[in-house]
Design a binder for this molecule. Structure first.
Ligand code: CP3
Length: 347
């Protein structure tokens, strides 16, 4: 059933080959909506779990006990390599990531390290190696990283932000400094992703979650060249998924930056997005994760709409438009995945 290594329907869809039904996975599929995960978190902090391969492996595999997913994604965080660059990172319950030494001056940037992944974050490659063994014959493994803009904005802002004013001020008022920071992050991310590929990651997703705060012109000038360096540098012909949110106004530029599959959020119809992108790239998305709090009828209606818009065209990977939300009922997530498989089965 498309589950043999190399023959997984997820990898086939990445290569725009025909599939028996549309592959589906969910961003943040390993995490707080699962009772077993919440139990583990009573004993361990989030960072401790990310940095302990045995725990990260266990969490990565947890959703497979309940849900018929077509791909696994390594349990980690986009800020893990950022911490290794020299950032003082803490995850505060109900607030998310907080950076105690935000990057605001040239001296701050000079202090940052370009990370050798084998020295700075060896546990990531260790977890990937174990996962490849555990997942053999069951599902392919996706590695990931944030891309420079989203990581830079966290580093500059010191955490999540509404308007990204600190990051934009550096961009506009100290562009040389901003570019220096972006290049250091780019160099770190390229080495990090290639180490993940070498360890066994079978596809890569890059997250540019906050890029939707930019004008298309600013995206093109300040961000695209760095995302492009990253996407161009991933070795070995591994499929690359390029995800952002709020990108409906500059999907053409996201495509120009690169990726075999472009991830889109729910704010645009899938067929409209795919037309703008052109059918030579694949599309991932774009179910509104809030609908998982609705009835099965609501979920099924939205799945059908998305599948109709994809029209069984090769290269569609079903996913949420952004991460699954912490209070999602797990049985609704399982229903979503089964519904995608049932309604998309090729005759
Ligand atoms: O998708 C997966 O299952 C893989 C694991 C994964 C996590 N974070 C686990 C996580 C991935 C791919 C990420 C990426 C990530 N992290 C992004 C990009 C994707 C996106 O959602 O836009 C961003 C922006 C982050 C930064 C981050 N990490 C935030 C803002 C938060 C706090 C908000 C929240 O949802 O709690 C985190 C914490 C985080 N990352 C958790 C998990 C499972 C929760 C940790 C916990 O409390 O147990």
């Amino acid at each position: 059933m498309g589950k043999n290594s190399g023959d997984y329907r997820f990898l086939k869809a990445c290569r725009k080959e025909e599939v028996d039904c549309t592959p589906v996975w969910m961003m943040r599929q390993a995490g707080r909506y699962l009772p077993k995960y919440r139990k583990m978190r009573e004993k361990h902090s989030f960072l401790e779990m990310c940095k302990t391969p045995e725990l990260a492996v266990e969490v990565t595999l947890q959703p497979f006990e309940l849900i018929d997913l077509d791909a696994a994604i390594l349990y980690s965080d986009i800020l893990i390599p950022v911490e290794a660059m020299g950032i003082d990172l803490e995850f505060i319950e109900s607030r998310g990531p907080v950076i105690h030494n935000p990057v605001r001056t040239l001296a701050d940037i000079k202090k940052l390290k370009v990370v050798d992944p084998y020295e700075g974050v060896p546990f990531v490659m260790e977890a990937i190696k174990i996962l490849r063994r555990e997942l053999d014959g069951k599902a392919p493994l996706i590695g990931f990283s944030g891309v420079p803009f989203t990581l830079a904005s966290y580093m500059i802002e010191g955490g999540a932000s509404k308007n990204y004013l600190e990051a934009k001020q550096m961009m506009y008022n100290a562009p040389a400094m901003f570019h220096e920071l972006m290049q250091k992050i780019t160099d770190t991310v390229i080495a990090y992703l290639n180490a993940q590929v070498d360890a066994g990651a079978q596809a890569i997703q890059v997250f540019d979650s906050w890029v939707g705060c930019l004008t298309p012109q600013d995206y093109k000038k300040y961000v695209l060249p760095y995302s492009k360096q990253v996407l161009d540098s991933i070795k070995g012909g591994v499929p690359r998924i390029h995800f952002g949110t709020g990108t409906a106004g500059f999907l053409d530029l996201l495509k120009e930056a690169g990726g075999d599959i472009i991830g889109v959020d729910w704010r645009i119809d899938l067929d409209t997005a795919w037309e703008i992108l052109g059918h030579d790239v694949g599309v991932q998305g774009n179910f509104d994760s809030s609908k998982l709090f609705g009835t099965e009828e609501i979920i099924e209606e939205s799945v059908k709409d998305i599948l109709d818009r994809a029209g069984n065209r090769p290269g569609h990977i079903f996913n949420l438009g952004h991460g699954i939300q912490p209070k999602t009922p797990p049985e609704k997530a399982a229903f979503l995945v089964d519904t995608v498989h049932r309604l998309s089965r090729r005759k």
